[in-house]
Design a protein around this ligand. Structure first.
Ligand SMILES: *Cc1c(COP(=O)(O)O)cnc(C)c1O
Length: 359
């Protein structure tokens, strides 16, 4: 019998994408990781000496990493807080700022962790239905009274909400907090971080997991006005002041400072994404126009579950998501050109087989 306290008895944990352990060398396109290794500067930072220093606690203020992130975005170190992955920062922010009865609002199709955190913290969650083209119903988010959480580009769809629309939501009500989860913003036309200078009710959350090739190092951060960051630090220091370990702090700082490598690998992913869109369209796939490092695709000749399984049999791992309007799609991470070539070859073979079965 579960001994979870009553408030948690209905908790359904987040199910991360599969990290396969069956020994098959999959082309792994299911959790939106980068196909490229971290910057060589990261490896250089993780020396024997750095390992020796593991006997000491890590810097509870994450000073160097905060300075490096602050420099990237042209803000002060007092405008940045760091976390063990951005999932942790999302938890800190919801715990710190959301009144349980008021709750917060997000969209029906988005990152699955928001609703898990809502049930973990006993917070109400309201959700607005995305428009049929998967765009955000901006008017609804402008007029709703509760705090708003948006992933931009959105999770699962990759659709980007232009920054002037984000600003309209933020500006509509200065007493209401708006949280923008920018896990994929580096692949998109822009970030809302500059708006944090003008809007003290805006908090932007980012991660080094997707665009900086450091998913395994678990580095997340938040940028906002000094007061919001100070409140987040209060919660963080009441939970785990050493939330980032020494090796991750070194890795993250080195990655943040290697801007050239970041741009090179990010630009490669974006170029591959655009080529993959063209190839998938030619094969009859439909997908929202993603500005992230993944594509949510569907095809009239094969349903999502069947495509997922057929690709898996051919050594390619993609994500079949569940939920209304998602069942018929799979989400494919944009890998290297070579990964995508293999994937497209496999898809062509699968579609040929489907045709054979029909005739
Ligand atoms: C991947 C992802 C995260 C979590 O990133 P971590 O920093 O690895 O915890 C947060 N939000 C969205 C929308 C994501 O896709």
């Amino acid at each position: 019998m579960s001994r979870l306290r009553r408030g948690l008895s209905a908790l359904t944990p987040y199910v991360p994408g599969e990290q396969p352990r069956d020994g098959v060398p999959y082309v792994k396109l299911n959790t939106n990781e980068s196909p490229y290794p971290p910057s060589p500067a990261v490896l250089a930072a993780l020396t024997r000496e750095a390992a020796g220093a593991l006997r000491l606690y890590s810097d509870p203020t994450a000073r160097e990493l905060r300075l490096a992130i602050a420099e990237l975005y042209g803000v002060g170190a007092e405008n940045v807080a760091c976390s063990n992955g951005s999932d942790e920062m999302l938890a800190f922010a919801l715990d710190a700022f959301i009144e349980p009865e008021t709750g917060f609002r997000t969209t029906d199709i988005t990152y699955g962790f928001y609703s898990v955190f809502a049930s973990l913290f006993g917070i109400r969650l309201a959700s607005s239905r995305l428009n049929d083209d998967f765009s955000v119903p901006v008017a609804e988010l402008i007029s709703c009274p509760e705090p708003v959480m948006l992933a931009n580009p959105n999770a699962q769809t990759g659709v980007f909400l232009p920054l002037d629309e984000v600003e309209r939501i933020v500006a509509a009500n200065p007493t209401r907090l708006v949280l923008i989860d920018e896990a994929y913003a580096d692949f998109a036309p822009g970030s809302a971080i500059p708006l944090t200078k003008r809007y003290p009710n805006l908090l932007v959350i980012g991660t080094f997991s997707k665009s900086r090739s450091l998913a395994g190092a678990r580095i997340g951060f938040a940028v906002g006005c000094e007061e919001l960051i100070s409140d987040l630090e209060t919660v963080r220091n009441s939970f785990n002041p050493y939330n980032l370990n020494r090796l991750s702090l070194l890795a993250g700082t080195a990655a943040a400072r290697d801007v050239a490598y970041f741009k090179e690998t990010r630009d490669k992913v974006v170029a591959t994404r655009e080529r993959t869109k063209t190839a998938l369209s030619a094969l009859g796939f439909r997908f929202p126009d993603s500005e992230a490092n993944f594509l949510l695709v569907s095809h009239p000749a094969i349903d999502g579950a069947a495509l997922y399984l057929a690709l898996r049999k051919r050594g390619i791992l993609v994500r079949h998501l569940h939920g209304e309007r998602l069942e018929n799609s799979v989400r494919i991470t944009v890998g290297s050109d070579r990964d995508m070539q293999r994937t497209l070859d496999a898809i062509r073979a699968i579609l040929e087989e489907c045709k054979g079965e029909l005739s």
